[in-house]
Design a protein around this ligand. Sequence first.
Ligand code: NAP
Length: 243
Amino acid sequence: MADKKVALVTGANKGIGFEIARQLCGHGFAVVLAARDERKANEAADKLRAEGFDAHGVRLDVTDPATAAAAAKWLDGKFGRLDVLVNNAGISSEFGHDMKPSEVSLDTVRKTYDTNVFGVLTVVQALLPLLRKSPSARIVNQSSTLGSLGTLSDPASPFYGVNLLAYNSSKTALNGLTLAFAKELAADRIAVNSVCPGWVKTDMGGEGAPRTVEQGAAIAVKLATMADPPTGKFLDDAGEVRW
Ligand code: NAP
């Protein structure tokens, strides 16, 4: 059984996920950087090991349950438990394409849900036996204010007009998943929360985004490391986000 706390971050080869992994290393965790491309997972972990951190790469394509099961088996053999799971991997093929809900293809919606919703369910179910071995485990789901129905239905919100059917509704569904697991896993003392990183300069967020990856990673890292975390909440840097 590992002495240090152990965290796994999905989609950790770049963007906000890589920065979350780096910051968790800084908090003294052994961090597993999961990526769908094994080479990218190992290269990302190598970068953090070169900074003196306890980082490890593992292949995990969240749309492929076999890779989630294999990652769980590997984690069990290496660490014997998991303390923090950050479900960060996510996609959107609508950004910058002005896709209208009436025009977006079913294939686009399905692919988005496969990663952003069913992918999270796959990873949580595969890793739950290891999370249950931790005395105070946490699951942090990387959501978005664009998944907030309270925000999207508010004409005064700056996000009111960002009408991306697949992405937005996938994050709404992810928030539903957060609440459902938070209720079930309270008995296991596993905190489950959704977070929004803000609009962050990454391959997904684009060059025009105002926030850095350091800023974007902060809320997930806070939920992963704070004593007595809340559960069943949707949070950003400023506090609670409307569901
Ligand atoms: P990014 O730079 O595009 O990184 C996305 C990560 O997810 C990459 O590592 C990517 O891997 C991985 N990924 C995609 N599909 C995957 C799969 N099937 N299995 C495993 N990994 C997969 O995006 P980001 O901006 O860092 O976004 C990270 C998370 O924050 C996402 O969930 C996103 O929805 C959320 N978010 C971002 C913003 C923003 O402004 N950037 C705002 C709100 C929420 P590959 O390199 O292999 O593609």
